[in-house]
Design a protein around this ligand. Structure first.
Ligand code: NAD
Length: 398
C-alpha cells in the first residue's frame, strides 16, 4: 500500500511503518550516544507506545539496559487501514530490543480495565518476580471505571469563566481568536476521573498487594504547568485540576511506598508536540513560539532528551532534586525567565501574516507529521509498503 497522511480534524488517521521505525531508531541512537545509566533493571511503562512513555521505555532499555513491559492501546492494520503509529512504534522497539538481547514484551489493551492490570501482574510474576520502576504515562480522552462501569470523557476547558486567546490552525497557519466556554462541575469530575490519579493508584495498589514491587521501587507520572498565558486553558482549567489530583496521588503513593523504601514522583515535563498536546487549543501556538526561542538559544529538547535527563540527572543520580511541592522539574529550561519573556513578546505581535517569521510553526508541523512516520528524509513515500507489521511478543502469543 502507498501510505500518505490523511486527516480527520486534528487527528492523522494513517501512519507509515517505515517512518515510525525511523523515529524509534533515531531515539534509540540518541540514547546510545549518552553515558550509560545505573538505573532500574525491570521497568513497566503504562502508556508506552508514543510521546513521553515511548521515550521512557527507550531510555530504560537502551540507556539502563532494563527489561521492559509496555502497556498501550493501539490498533493493528486491517484491510485498507494502516495500524496506528503507536503500534508501529512498539513493533520497531521490540525488534531493536531483541537485536540487543533485551527482554521486551507489550500488552495491548485498556490499561484502565481490571483485565489488563491482571494480565500485566501475571506477566510480571511469571517473568520477573518483581518490578523496579513503574512509569505511568497515559493520556486518554476516555475511561470506563473498572468498578462502577461509568464512562468518563475528559474535556479541555477553563474552569469558572470563559477564556479568550489566540490560537493557530497549525495546518493552514491561520491565527485566530478562540473563546472557550467554562466547564461544568460534571465535566471537571469526568476529566479528573480520566486524567487524575485514581487509576495510577489502582495500578500501584494492585502491584503492591501482589508483592510485585521490588524493595526501593519507584513510580513516576508526568505533569505540566506552563506559562501564565496558557494557565486558563491548562493549569487552572479542567486538565490542571486533574493534574492537581495526580500530584496529590504522588504524595500519597510516596508515603505508601515507604514500607518498601520506595518512592513516587511527579515529573513536570516540557511542552512538546504529541498526539495529546496537539488537541489543546492555544497550546500549539505557544509551542511553536517556544520552539523558536529554545532552538535559538540551543536549549530545545524533544521527548527523548527530556527522558534521558530525567533518568540520568534526576531519578538515578543520587538525591532527587524537587521543587517546594515535591515535583521533579524538567520544564526548568522552558520556564527560564529569558525564554518566557521572549515568548510573551512574540505572543503579543503574532498574527497570520507574520506567523512564519515569529514562530517555528514549520518545526511544529514537521514534529506533528513525524508522530505518524511522515516527513522523514530518506523514506520514499511514493513506494508501496506492507502495512501489516507484527509486534513480536503479541504475534508469538497469537
Ligand atoms: P501520548 O498521547 O503521546 O501517549 C499516550 C499513551 O497512552 C500512548 O502510549 C497510548 O497508547 C496510551 N493510552 C491511552 N489510552 C490508553 C488506555 N486506555 N489503555 C492503555 N494505554 C492507553 O501522550 P503524551 O503527551 O506523551 O502524554 C503522556 C503524559 O505526559 C500525560 O500525563 C501528559 O499529560 C504528560 N505531559 C505531556 C506533555 C506534552 O506536552 N505532550 C507535557 C508534560 C506532560
Amino acid at each position: 500500500m502507498i501510505v500518505k497522511p490523511k486527516f480527520k480534524g486534528f487527528i492523522c488517521t494513517t501512519a507509515h511503518p517505515a517512518g515510525c521505525e525511523q523515529q524509534v531508531t533515531e531515539q534509540i541512537q540518541y540514547v546510545k550516544e549518552q553515558p550509560k545509566i545505573e538505573g532500574p533493571k525491570r521497568v513497566l511503562v503504562i502508556g508506552s507506545s508514543t510521546g513521553y512513555g515511548l521515550a521512557s521505555r527507550i531510555v530504560s532499555a537502551f540507556g539502563a539496559g532494563a527489561s521492559t513491559i509496555g502497556v498501550c492501546f493501539e490498533r493493528q492494520a486491517a484491510g485498507k487501514r494502516t495500524a496506528t503509529a503507536g503500534w508501529y512504534n512498539m513493533a520497531a522497539f521490540e525488534k531493536a530490543a531483541q537485536q540487543e538481547g533485551l527482554y521486551a514484551k507489550t500488552i495491548n489493551g485498556d490499561a484502565f480495565s481490571q483485565e489488563i492490570k491482571q494480565q500485566t501482574l501475571d506477566l510480571i510474576k511469571q517473568d520477573w518476580g518483581q518490578v523496579d520502576l513503574v512509569v505511568y504515562s497515559l493520556a486518554s480522552p476516555k475511561r470506563v471505571h473498572p468498578v462502577t462501569g461509568e464512562m468518563f470523557s475528559s474535556v479541555i476547558k477553563p474552569a469558572g469563566k470563559p477564556y479568550t486567546n489566540k490560537t493557530v490552525d497549525f495546518h493552514s497557519g491561520k491565527v485566530s481568536e478562540v473563546t472557550i466556554a467554562p466547564a461544568t462541575e460534571e465535566e471537571i469530575r469526568h476529566t479528573v476521573a480520566v486524567m487524575g490519579g485514581e487509576d495510577w493508584k489502582m495500578w500501584i495498589d494492585a502491584l503492591q498487594e501482589a508483592d510485585l514491587l521490588a524493595p526501593g521501587a519507584t513510580t513516576i507520572a508526568y505533569s505540566y504547568i506552563g506559562p501564565a498565558l496558557t494557565h486558563a486553558v491548562y493549569r487552572d482549567g479542567t486538565i490542571g485540576i486533574a493534574k492537581n489530583d495526580l500530584e496529590a496521588t504522588a504524595r500519597q503513593l510516596h508515603d505508601q511506598l515507604q514500607e518498601l523504601d520506595g518512592r513516587a514522583y511527579i515529573s513536570v515535563n516540557k511542552a512538546l508536540v504529541t498526539q495529546s498536546s496537539s488537541a489543546i487549543p492555544v497550546v500549539p501556538l505557544y509551542i511553536s513560539m517556544l520552539f523558536r526561542i529554545m532552538k535559538e538559544k540551543g536549549l530545545h529538547e524533544g521527548c527523548i532528551e527530556q527522558m534521558q535527563r530525567l533518568f540520568s540527572d534526576r531519578l538515578y543520580a543520587g538525591e532527587v532534586p524537587v521543587d517546594d511541592k515535591g515535583r521533579i522539574r524538567l520544564d526548568d529550561w522552558e520556564m527560564k525567565d529569558e525564554i518566557q519573556e521572549a515568548v510573551t513578546q512574540l505572543w503579543e505581535q503574532v498574527e497570520t501574516a507574520n506567523i512564519d517569521e515569529l514562530s517555528d510553526l514549520v518545526g511544529y508541523r514537521t514534529d506533528f507529521f513525524r508522530l505518524f512516520g511522515f516527513e522523514y528524509d530518506g523514506i520514499d513515500y511514493d513506494k508501496e509498503i506492507d502495512v501489516e507489521v507484527d509486534i513480536p511478543s503479541l504475534a508469538s502469543k497469537a
